[in-house]
Design a binder for this molecule. Sequence first.
Ligand code: UT7
Length: 334
Amino acid sequence: MTMSKPCGVRIAGVGSAVPDKRLTNADLASMVDTSDEWIVQRTGIKERRIIDRDAGESQCWLATESLRRALDDASMDAKDLDLIIHASVSSEMTCPSNACRVADNLDAGTTGAFDLIAACCGYVYSMNVADSLIRSGRHQAIGVIGCDAMSTLIDYTDRGVSILFGDAAGAAVLTRDEDPNRGCVYQVMEGDGRGWPSLFIPRNERDVPSGVSAPPTQLGCLRMDGREVYKFAVNKFREVIEDALSATGLSVDDVAQFVCHQSNMRIIESAKAKIGLPDEKVYVNIDRYGNSSSGSVGLCVDQLWKAGKINSGDTIIMVAFGGGMTWSSSVWNV
Ligand code: UT7
């Protein structure tokens, strides 16, 4: 594909997928020393969804279903895509990428496909990358997926981590649009690698940095210093939203929805209060789905879209932070 005249990017369709199986606070209280009251008070979470591996469900299945639904929403076929970007920290394999396996599952034929890892920022990073690739003229139609089956990475004896996470996928189909003002008008993809010991998934004991304060868990499971991540997130979330507003000159009134990573209800509430964001512009579903890492922002976008709360002509701001540490924003004229 050669370079072409300036263009914009259209969200042609969105989709999401969550497993049917519910993991409630009561279920967790029967597994570790915790309570519904503690979890609701500290996180806002009541239940999360988790894949049923005995029934053949997998992270790749979840990712595939979300993109299938986004393609249906766009009235497009997987063969119309020239690239699939799949963001996750829980892909079954590192080779092949799950983007390639999703392409195969959807019978996409020949299409570019790669996985992107940016922890909870995965969907927002991917939307930014996809927008840039379409604007460059090198791609015409990209399927973006943010999907995590965090239940495959959780040590369910670790109460500091297990209460927080759930499984979900959100997808979008992005296509070239003649209007250059349509699509992502401002984006941030940043990180500070020095913060990585706060949140990581060690494969070997040697991956664990010395002096790390997170409690030991099984290898292959997520280790998190929740308190440290909380301190980082509570400031960073507000900063990222304020930066997106000041860089674009938008006021809160100009923005239809602030679509926030569902990390912890207290983190979202704190940003809302400090910036003065009204309830109806900050969608929350963490009570029902927990923190689904790369899946969370895309799941919110799909639910808002289907509820008629994101429409053509609206401006939305997506924000996320996560392991790495990473943080990201994406301002879209839909
Ligand atoms: O998406 C990005 C990834 N991660 C995050 O966004 C996570 C950010 N962090 C958090 O959401 C919170 O730090 C947690 C929800 C993980 C923990 O909440 P917290 O208010 O920071 O609790 P804490 O770790 O400071 O622990 C407070 C107390 C401790 O007891 P002591 O030392 O005060 O006696 C913990 O042992 O609560 C105890 N505790 C629990 N008690 C009941 C920790 N986890 C639990 C639990 N149930 N599940």
